[in-house]
Design a protein around this ligand. Structure first.
Ligand SMILES: Cc1ncc(COP(=O)(O)O)c(C=O)c1O
Length: 391
């Protein structure tokens, strides 16, 4: 039975990596992983080191791990197991699937991407456009960093084939109204292509409820192994010609789009991740807990720290991009790291168009809270930032 509220002490006891007391506030770069996930990976390598389809026990175990991973991913995203496609990471899957979709596109067809996006959601379309003579346009942002839905509506045309967007920004945490974008895309017959890599760690996903055609995420952002997962609507997958080796299985449907041998041990780890998330209460427990961390952070932040993006927890996940007055971001990140607080400094955060719009020069510091962080870590961070401003 899932817990109703998140118990941070019980959660943290499940992570060996958290025992040192170092405050990992950089989950968007890759979260910490509970011990059960590493154990499941090691167990798979010990007990299921085989390939699929042989008539002996360890091979049957591999088959069961893959089927369980498809079922778990489907439950996580709100779709059918046959609509799941696994790959090495979101970016690779996105290159593969965009190429697959693009086989039917004609020169002059149009792709829309959002100006909040990580380049893993943009570059595949730019490369496809380069090769196939397509046109890519960026959907503008409003001054508060939310997507400009009027600009999106104005840029749609009967040539629009794809509207690709990040559901939440990995740099500043701003959430996009996914259902609204999907509806707008469908109004001209375009596909709605959702990058949920950042969103998936913080909010529940239901691909049917938002009307996504394709959605991608990466379990290493939510306490899992380094993998990519894609959902593709079944009727869409049926209509696509896959890039794959000819003798490889073509069913269930999603497997048509997987190339080569899957990382079975990582799928076993992913199954443990889903079990872990359910045991700690799932998103019903995670969302309010993370929100309380984010609110505490914003409420106690000194005025010497500038937050880029939305000023409250409304319409965002608890990922913050900041700069400290008079202190270069890289120096702040190094100083904090030496004092046991892990944050990063970077310039674009791979969100090249957003970077141009935020207006800071050089780097900024990203703080990414996740459910294993604590109020005490928030307080330590705030006092360290204040000390950097004062020094
Ligand atoms: C919003 C977003 N999209 C895409 C990616 C790329 O994901 P992957 O590392 O799985 O390729 C990231 C990675 O940080 C991300 O944050």
């Amino acid at each position: 039975m899932a817990a109703l509220t998140l118990d941070p002490t019980a959660v943290r006891a499940r992570f060996s990596s958290l025992r040192s007391g170092f405050a990992f506030l950089d989950a968007p770069g890759g979260s910490q992983v509970p011990d059960c996930v590493g154990d499941a990976i090691a167990r798979c390598l010990r007990e299921a080191s085989a390939n699929m389809g042989a008539s002996y026990e360890s091979s049957r175990r591999v088959g069961a791990i893959v089927a369980e991973a498809e079922a778990n991913a489907a439950a996580f995203l709100g779709c059918e197991p046959s609509e799941i496609i696994f790959g090495p990471n979101m970016t690779s899957l996105n290159f593969t699937l965009s190429r697959t979709a693009g086989r039917e596109f004609a020169p002059g067809d149009e792709i829309l991407v959002s100006s909040l996006d990580h380049d893993g959601g943009v570059a595949p379309w730019l490369e496809l456009a380069h090769d196939r003579d397509l046109r890519v346009q960026h959907i503008e942002l409003r001054p508060d960093t939310t997507l400009d839905y009027d600009d999106l509506a104005a840029k749609l045309s009967e040539r629009t084939r794809i509207v690709a967007f990040a559901w939440a920004s990995n740099a500043i945490g701003t959430i996009t109204d996914a259902a609204r974008v999907c509806e707008l895309a469908h109004s001209v017959g375009a596909l709605a292509w959702v990058d949920a890599v950042h969103y998936a760690a913080h909010e529940p996903i239901d691909v049917g409820a938002i009307g996504a055609d394709v959605l991608l995420c990466s379990p290493y952002k939510f306490c899992g192994p380094h993998l990519g997962i894609a959902y593709g609507r079944s009727s869409l997958l049926e209509s696509w010609r896959p890039y794959k080796a000819r003798p490889a299985p073509t069913s269930p449907l999603g497997r048509r789009f997987e190339t080569g041998t899957l990382p079975y041990e990582l799928l076993a780890g992913f199954n443990a991740t889903i079990g872990y998330l359910e045991e700690i209460g799932g998103m019903a427990a995670i969302v309010p807990y993370e929100r309380s961390l984010g609110e505490r952070f914003l409420d106690t932040l000194p005025s010497s720290v500038t937050v880029y993006g939305l000023p409250t927890l409304e319409g965002r996940v608890p990922t913050f991009l900041v700069n400290v007055e008079g202190a270069p971001a890289a120096e702040v990140a190094t100083a904090l790291g030496e004092r046991g607080v892990g944050v990063w400094a970077h310039n674009t955060w791979y969100s090249l168009n957003l970077y141009q719009r935020l207006g800071y020069e050089g780097d900024a510091i990203r703080i990414g809270f996740i459910h294993y962080n604590t109020a005490d870590e928030v307080d330590r961070l705030v006092s360290e930032l204040a000390a950097c401003a004062a020094s």
